[in-house]
Each structure stands twice: as structure tokens, then as C-alpha cells.
Design a binder for this molecule. Structure first.
Ligand SMILES: Cc1cc2nc3c(=O)[nH]c(=O)nc-3n(C[C@H](O)[C@H](O)[C@H](O)COP(=O)(O)OP(=O)(O)OC[C@H]3O[C@@H](n4cnc5c(N)ncnc54)[C@H](O)[C@@H]3O)c2cc1C
Ligand code: FES
Length: 253
């Protein structure tokens, strides 16, 4: 069941280009699947009349809290990042279809690039609750992009790449030595499109099942405006409704 609700900003943590926002509702939260997203209303600017889609980074049902990890790229995300503790933020949630849960005993690799690490936090947490410990491979341009690394590490063995070599192995996630050393049953990816395409190509070469979380530009977030369509083997589909998570075999990449 979808909700449109006001949330109070109860905690804000600043990182170099991003912020972590912990938002509390007065009402019980709906059921939320890892990989789903919210549409945030950005008040106070005519250029941000459309809500902005942001992945659900973490959920605390008991405290009625949802966390978002937001990278500042334009007016909307800058305004969101400048919210103060106590401010009210209106969100529609949960939207879209999330990641497919693996079977017990399957070996999972979660690959995140840049701010694409955001939805993998809640996913890894839910996997742990189901007694599945995933392997994580997180990449950034530089070490400060790898936000909450210590917190991610609690969920499973975590490997890191940075383009400048400031942390982990130097290069892109697809260049990490883990690809030569380990094999997986399922790969889940979120990050910039070129990175997701490169991982999807690796998965095809290795004949491994792979899901990616697309970040197409969105307006309504509800399947009405058609501005987020993606070409798939089943024709054009709305990423906001059928996705954002897709099996790579469905995508015409
Ligand atoms: C399903 C989904 C989940 C997302 N999750 C997160 C998240 O967890 N954290 C986060 O920080 N961001 C996330 N994004 C991206 C976020 O929605 C955009 O960065 C945001 O809408 C930009 O709004 P703005 O007003 O700040 O920038 P705008 O002024 O709208 O745009 C600024 C620049 O960013 C580009 N841009 C806008 N949207 C996107 C996008 N989706 N992908 C790539 N470039 C874009 C524009 O083309 C422009 O160059 C997600 C997007 C989708 C579709
Ligand atoms: S954003 Fe409107 S249809 Fe997907």
C-alpha cells in the first residue's frame, strides 16, 4: 500500500558530496522491499515542482523511520540536503519493484558504484535477517565517496575500488580481482549506467543471473507520464513502475 506522508527530519549527517537523512513518520510505515524508492516533494522552488526519486537506504519499522542517502547534483537534491533537523519532508512511498530475493544458500554479490551504493544497504540488512551474508563490492571515484563503509562491512565481506587508488584496489569495480577469485549465483548492481552495463556484460560472460537498478529520469514516479521508459525484450516499459530493478536479460543493452 502506497503512502503520501509527512516525515520529520530527525538526524542529518554530512559527507563530502552527500547527506544521510533519517526521517520519522507519525504513522506506521507500509511494507517496504529493498530496491524500492520514494518520491520526495521539494518545497520552495518553482524549478523543483516535480518530486525527486530517491532510493530507500534504510528502514526502521519500529521507529517509523526511513533513511535516504542523497548526493547533491542540482537544485532539488541541494534543497533536500539543506533541510534542517525538525523540518518536514513529504514523501510518496514505497514505489517501484525491488530486488528479487535469492534462495537460501545462494551466493550473492552486491555491486554499488557512487551514490548507487544507497539501496544496497537496506538490501544487505534484509539478506542478513534471512541468514544470507552477501559479498559487497563498492566503488567510488575517491575514498570519500564510500560513505558508511564500516556499516556496510557488518553485512558481509566487503571489497572496495577507487578510481584514484585512495582506498581498496585502483580502478573500476569490474577490474577488481574478486572476479577472478570467486564465483556467485546472483549479482545485484546499482550505480551509473556505464558501470551497470559493464557489470552486466561480465555477468553474461560468466553466465550468472544479474539484476540492475536503473536510475532513468522520472517525473510522476507512478507510471503515468511515460518519461522514464526503457526498451526491453517485452517492449517499452516504465522504469518507475516495472522497475527500477530489472533482470539484465530483459534489457536491450
Ligand atoms: C529510482 C531512482 C533512485 C534514485 N536514488 C537516488 C539515491 O538514493 N540518492 C541520490 O542521491 N540520487 C538518487 N537518484 C537520482 C536522483 O533522483 C537525481 O539525482 C535527482 O532527481 C536530481 O534532482 P536535482 O533537482 O538535484 O537535479 P536536476 O536539476 O534535476 O538535475 C541536475 C543534473 O543531474 C542529472 N540527473 C537528474 N536525475 C538524474 C538521474 N536519475 N540519473 C542521473 N543523472 C540525473 C540531470 O540530467 C542534470 O544534469 C535516483 C533516481 C532514481 C530514478
Ligand atoms: S516517471 Fe512517470 S511514468 Fe515513470
Amino acid at each position: 500500500m502506497k503512502q503520501i506522508a509527512d516525515f520529520k527530519l530527525v538526524e542529518k549527517q554530512d559527507y563530502s558530496r552527500s547527506v544521510l537523512l533519517r526521517l520519522r513518520s507519525e504513522h506506521p510505515l507500509p511494507d517496504i522491499q529493498p530496491g524500492q524508492f520514494v518520491q520526495v516533494r521539494i518545497d520552495g522552488s518553482p524549478s523543483t515542482y516535480l518530486r525527486r526519486p530517491i532510493s530507500i537506504h534504510d528502514v526502521d519499522l519500529q521507529r517509523k523511520e526511513v533513511s535516504l542517502l542523497v548526493q547533491q547534483v542540482g537544485e532539488g537534491t541541494r534543497r533536500l540536503a539543506s533541510a534542517d533537523k525538525g523540518d518536514t519532508i513529504n514523501m510518496v512511498l514505497p514505489l517501484g519493484a525491488g530486488f528479487t530475493m535469492p534462495e537460501k544458500g545462494e551466493k550473492c554479490l552486491l555491486v554499488g558504484g557512487g551514490i548507487g551504493i544507497a539501496p544496497l544497504f537496506y538490501f544487505a540488512e534484509v539478506l542478513n535477517e534471512k541468514s544470507i551474508r552477501p559479498t559487497l563490492l563498492l566503488g567510488g571515484k575517491t575514498k570519500t565517496d564510500l560513505i558508511r563503509l564500516v556499516d556496510y562491512q557488518q553485512f558481509g565481506e566487503t571489497f572496495v575500488t577507487t578510481e584514484d587508488g585512495s582506498l581498496g584496489e585502483k580502478g573500476f569495480v569490474t577490474m577488481h580481482s574478486i572476479w577472478q577469485r570467486q564465483s556467485f549465483d546472483k549479482i545485484y548492481v546499482c550505480g551509473p549506467k556505464p558501470m551497470m552495463k559493464a557489470v552486466a556484460k561480465l555477468a553474461v560472460e560468466k553466465d550468472v543471473w544479474c539484476e540492475v537498478s536503473l536510475e532513468n529520469l522520472m517525473a510522476c514516479g507512478l507510471g503515468a507520464c511515460l518519461c522514464c521508459v526503457e526498451d526491453t525484450v517485452d517492449g517499452h516499459v516504465c522504469v518507475c513502475k516495472e522497475g527500477p530493478v530489472f533482470n539484465t536479460r530483459r534489457l536491450k543493452w
